[in-house]
Design a binder for this molecule. Sequence first.
Ligand code: SF4
Length: 189
Amino acid sequence: NNKNSINPADIDQFSSKHYPLCMRHLHEVLRTNHHLKHNARLIYGLYLKGIGLQYEQFIEFWRQEFTKVMDGEKFNKEHLYNFNHQFGKVGKMTDYSPYSCMKIIMGNVGPGESHGCPFKHSEPAVLKSKLNEYGVSTDGLTEIMSLVKNGHYQIACTKYFEHVHLQPPTITINHPNQYFEESRNLSID
Ligand code: SF4
């Protein structure tokens, strides 16, 4: 076993404790709808690979969720190839890298799609109530929403980290997987 591998049974807990907002949103949408659209699947899939989900468990994770709304045959026919592709098991056999914040922030999010950076792509009122629900104080909300208003999305994310962990990350957040690692490091200490 790779020392950085994670246990799929821990993913729900990781989502609420260690995920940045963008990935927590994708995880929650997936658990609720048992489905994600193409870009969201790709972005969340590569992130999961980045946090240490191993190949067999990665395929199992998606299969279990998707087969709540479709049969196994449809999953194999329509989705398995793409998930294998993310891991570089088929096609050009490229080991794709997880998306950085910049790539997520600059991406287009169409109607009904759930990927994107919530600091950039969410309606301010929706973002604010999410932050409140996730335990950010009133002072924190004011600070974060003002950064968002001025287009400082990654700094807003860094402040969010600081407010929920009661200490800042070691450097400004620039990658969802970096957020995860910083958060995990705090709880492993
Ligand atoms: Fe995700 Fe980066 Fe946006 Fe934070 S700043 S929510 S890590 S895309």
